[in-house]
Design a protein around this ligand. Sequence first.
Ligand SMILES: [Zn+2]
Length: 210
Amino acid sequence: MADIKKLIAGFKRFQENYFGGDQELFGQLKQGQSPSAMVIACSDSRVDPALLMDCEPGDQFVVRNVGSLVPPYETGGGLHGVSTALEFGVCVLGVQHLIVLGHSHCGGIETLMHGIPKGTQSEFIVNWVNIAQRARERVVDEMPDASAEQQSCACEQAAVLVSLENLLTFPWIKQRVQQGELILHGWYFDIDSGAMLAYDSIQGRYEPLL
Ligand SMILES: [Zn+2]
């Protein structure tokens, strides 16, 4: 019960900070939002993109899921939460930056690499993380003798690249990228060191963001 009290107290502070006194931010935001960036992040409790980038309400349009994964473009089948968020962010809000934010010690990618934890049932997780199966195959091909931890780390970074590839299967994303209206970014947050890495597509490797 203490946990929910912490959340309620947090909301009280939020209300005081953003709606108390002469705060004007929500005075503007209630007219509408125009974030310049959209972030595809993991549901992991340790990697809140707004906290990591010290953002205020209105700064980022965000979709979070297990593994920070973007499925390929396809219109049939079931309900498409990530694709809907992408359409809203890109086509309705017109964001100029799309950031795929991976991270270390990702439980979703760990499941992709090494299977669901023993004793756990999965109706959805395994099928979902298989979006990044190409990343797993690349890692197993390129570093078959690496430790499980090294393979998971490499797969976390490779999965970001798979999501970037999948973003370009959406015709309205590809078109905007080609016209220079939209820039894709692949970032990776290292929980151990606190560093953020950014994928450099020219060098073909991750480099420190700072
Ligand atoms: Zn994760």
